[in-house]
Write a protein that binds this ligand. Structure first.
Ligand code: NAD
Length: 304
């Protein structure tokens, strides 16, 4: 780790890292097609009209195809009964052309998210949200790990090599980011602290950390003087600041005050261009892994 307090932190380029990962996925997907005689396939289900979700789903579909896999998009109206969504999930569970299933969250209020996630075949749950996959992660069995924290771990290992013995502080305890992130860091033999909204003296807790992962959803909350000199900082937060004349739509910032923290940290992810681009790339990685497992084909999963 570089520990020079006066120097600017290394900027961890998530966009470039994601591009490299997609390149590896494309190669593996090509090999899969040659061996299995079919393309790997990802089914994405979106219920409702949320414009941000539509953009996200379109991007996923585009990148899936660019990586040489099939994308099956199911766009359902907001008024879809929960039973119809469950029936679609069941159909995808048994469709041999579908290796991964992703149901875009959040779902409309009349649906029970946990019930829908529980209906997905855990071996096709490429988002890693099914309790079977959370359990597998907790006890160290192979399964599927949520894409955002797995992407964060990949960037951390690329930056630092072995993480063994490092002090890691994860701020946020959501099922999607904070908890799986903590489990992954523990599996890498970090000493892990999970901080959250009730944590006492958060700045002091963060100051102990060699690795800080911020997943809170509060713009620029983590200040420069919370960071131990030389620490590696991963900023998961995506927050839109109020509009200004210069930025009428409002600037997107992370949970970390980048301008301050980058003067103290050893390395840091920017927002945008850090964790965000990694999430879809890891989803594609999980899909090609699922395809191999579903067909009983061997694959060095740690190499992608
Ligand atoms: P969440 O709202 O489910 O969880 C936020 C967590 O932050 C909670 O566990 C809460 O205890 C903690 N928290 C809230 N206020 C706090 C405070 N003052 N001090 C300490 N902890 C506090 O959110 P999430 O789904 O985990 O997402 C977190 C952020 O990451 C959001 O900004 C979200 O948009 C972003 N995100 C980004 C990606 C990506 O691809 N880059 C993916 C998922 C989430």
């Amino acid at each position: 780790m570089s520990g020079d307090v006066m120097s600017e932190a290394a900027r961890i380029d998530g966009k470039a890292f994601a591009e490299k990962l997609r390149g590896r996925v494309a190669e593996v997907a090509k090999g899969f097609e040659a061996k299995a005689g079919r393309k790997a396939g990802l089914a994405v289900v979106l219920v409702g009209d949320d414009p941000a979700s539509h953009i996200y789903v379109r991007n996923k579909g585009k990148q899936t195809v660019e990586c040489g896999m099939n994308s099956f998009e199911h766009l359902l109206p907001e008024s879809t009964p929960e039973a119809d969504l469950l029936a679609l999930v069941e159909q995808l569970n048994t469709d041999p052309a579908v290796d991964g299933i992703l149901v875009q969250l959040p779902l409309p209020d009349h649906m029970d998210e946990q019930k829908v996630i529980a209906a997905i075949n855990p071996d096709k749950d490429v988002d890693g949200f099914h309790v079977i996959n959370s359990g597998r992660l907790a006890v160290g069995l192979p399964g599927f790990v949520p894409c955002t924290p797995l992407g964060c771990l990949m960037m951390l290992k690329d930056q630092l090599g072995s993480l063994s013995g490092l002090d890691a502080v994860v701020i946020g305890r959501s099922n999607i980011v904070g908890k799986p992130m903590a489990a992954l860091l523990l599996a890498e033999s970090c000493t892990v602290t999970i901080a959250h909204s009730r944590t006492k003296d958060l700045p002091e807790v963060v100051r102990r950390a060699d690795i800080v992962v911020a997943a809170v959803g509060r713009a620029q909350m983590v200040k420069g003087d919370w960071i131990k000199p030389g620490a590696t900082v991963i900023d998961v937060g995506i927050n839109r600041l109020p509009p200004t004349e210069e930025k009428p739509k409002g600037r997107i910032v992370g949970d970390v005050d980048y301008a301050e923290a980058s003067k103290v940290a050893g390395a840091i992810t920017p927002v945008p261009g850090g964790v965000g681009p990694m999430t879809i790339a890891v989803l594609l990685r999980n899909t090609v892994v699922a395809a191999h497992r579903n067909e009983g084909l061997s694959l060095d999963e740690n190499a992608i």
